[in-house]
Design a protein around this ligand. Structure first.
Ligand code: FAD
Length: 490
């Protein structure tokens, strides 16, 4: 029997059906098409990926599947590595064309893409990869990048239309099991749910009222939970495009009366692409220092300190509150993320490599292109950015003065008055008895002497900036990775 001919839209970090050029191209063709998503065991088993990510993706796919079902377009969801899935399609069908967005992922995804490209090429199948947001493939430096970004952002939004299709008849051998489906479709109220509808709900509630105090509360661990955009998981997994978010905010009637807040978030949409562009050029940032000169720096890497950090038991209330909140909800704001990294790499003297995958697995919005360059910036291993060391007690006093956030996440400290909430170890024995909290028993003693650890770390990291290799690398990075007016502090 003659094989049926079809096209494939390969979904990766672009799980939406609007402003989607691969879907647009497939719909223009006279051939029927399917949408394909692969939960790839080889990728899933990596330490940066966790179940919360898979759940978000599955929720997003379920919404697409329901929408496209009205047009008789199958959404084929596989639990198998992409290469194997494509091999099967090539065996069963006459695959004419594959459409996708470019992915600026970790090395393992580049290697996978290379293998798939070879496979498709040898079978005479064209694969068109379209630019993802404002990230440009194949550039050698940042000349003209800013201008190109604004041009892309002002392009019209693609209003995808879908024709009703003839039946293709696919019996998917890689269907995810009943148990896996149950696990992935389970909802937790603590996490933001995936999908295009939810993405728009968050974006619209931001411009309608949540975002008016964006700039005022951006660093506050409690208030930022509602005043920030909270669109990061939707952008990371592609439930909305950067262009959709940018144009929605920029053209909103509330923009003119909330310029400071709204321009604050549109600036960050540009940073989103700016960081991914760095990673697109050098995805080794997942495993190697941005500035190779920092590879020779030694750390004590004490395993007890790492464990205390990972579980939120360091004895520093704001650090513990942030980590516990992150474990339970998948989100904390920029400053709190930066503080967690700073404490691990500076005060606890750990290599950034010991914490980067762990935080990636906890962030619901894990986006390799932002995560690794940001992590390294905070760890001080880029050699081109100012080194910022966040003192967790100062951050606590400045941004959670009444200890509201701390008390929510560190229940042991619920009954401690505000004067001790930032440094509970300063309580006398009598006060500990009075507030029924024994330091070292009910809540840990601080795991390091903050002042001493900070002093040592400053000397070490600033001292290493003079290293010859660091200086040499700095010039290379400045040439390839920086824009003229790069700014990315919050
Ligand atoms: C160590 C570390 C790791 C990080 N890892 C990630 C990550 O994996 N994924 C991720 O999306 N962000 C990451 N960030 C950046 C930032 O913390 C989050 O984007 C932000 O907190 C998301 O919340 P929001 O959507 O409410 O952001 P908003 O403040 O409302 O900003 C809107 C969007 O702009 C982008 N954005 C905001 N801040 C930054 C920034 N500093 N750099 C680049 N883009 C930014 C994001 O896409 C964000 O969704 C990281 C920051 C640090 C310090």
């Amino acid at each position: 029997m003659e094989k049926k001919e079809l096209n494939i839209v390969w979904l990766k970090r672009d799980i939406r059906i609007q402003d989607h050029i691969p879907f647009h191209s497939a719909n223009e063709s006279s051939l029927p098409f399917i949408a394909l998503y692969c939960f790839e065991p080889t990728l899933i088993s990596q330490p940066d990926i966790s179940e919360r990510h898979l759940r978000f993706v599955y929720q997003s796919l379920s919404e697409i599947r329901d929408s496209l079902a009205k047009h008789n377009i199958p959404v084929v969801i596989c639990w198998e590595d992409a290469e194997t899935v494509f091999r099967w399609f090539l065996h069963e069908f006459r695959v004419n064309h594959v459409f996708s967005h470019e992915e600026s992922g970790t090395q393992i995804t580049w290697d996978r893409d290379k293998r798939v490209k070879q496979l498709l090429y040898h079978n005479g199948v064209s694969w068109t990869e379209y630019q993802q947001n404002g990230v440009i493939r194949g550039i050698k430096n940042r000349d003209g990048w800013d201008k190109a970004w604004f041009t892309t952002m002002s392009d019209p939004i693609i209003k995808n239309q879908y024709k009703y299709q003839q039946d293709i008849g696919i019996s998917n051998p890689f269907e995810i099991s009943h148990d896996q489906k149950n696990q992935l479709s389970g909802q937790s109220k603590e996490f933001q749910p995936g999908g295009e509808k939810k993405a728009w709900a968050y974006l619209e509630s931001f411009t309608k009222e949540r975002g008016f105090n964006y700039h005022k509360y951006i660093s506050k661990p409690s208030e930022s939970r509602t005043s920030c955009g909270r669109i990061s998981p939707y952008l990371a997994w592609g439930n909305i495009s950067i262009k959709q978010a940018y144009q929605h905010i920029k053209n909103h009637p509330n923009y003119s009366t909330n310029k400071r807040a709204f321009s604050g978030i549109t600036t960050r949409l540009k940073w989103h692409c700016h960081f991914i562009q760095k990673f697109e050029v050098e995805c080794s940032y997942e495993t190697i220092c941005v500035n190779r000169g920092y590879e020779s720096l030694d750390y004590s890497n004490n395993p007890q300190l790492l464990e205390a950090w990972k579980t939120g038991n360091t004895g520093f209330p704001l650090v513990d509150a942030c980590m516990r909140c992150l474990i339970h909800t998948g989100w904390i704001n920029f400053r709190m993320r930066a503080m967690l990294v700073s404490v691990l790499c500076h005060h606890f003297d750990h290599s950034w490599k010991n914490g980067a995958h762990y935080l990636a697995s906890l962030f619901l919005d894990y986006e390799p292109g932002i995560h690794y360059p940001q992590f390294q910036m905070q760890a001080g291993t880029t050699g081109i950015n100012t080194i910022r060391m966040y003192n967790p007690v100062k951050q606590s006093k400045d941004h959670d003065p009444a200890g509201e956030f701390i008390k929510k996440w560190v229940s042991e400290l619920r009954d401690i008055p505000a004067e001790f909430i930032h440094e509970p170890w300063l309580m006398t024995s009598l006060e500990q008895e009075l507030y029924r909290l024994r330091i070292g028993k009910d809540y840990p003693e601080p795991v390091v002497d903050l002042a001493e650890a900070g002093k040592k770390a400053r000397a070490k990291i600033w001292g290493h900036r003079r290293n010859e290799k660091v200086q040499e690398e700095k010039q290379r990075i400045l040439k390839t990775q920086t824009r003229s007016q790069s700014s990315n502090k919050t």
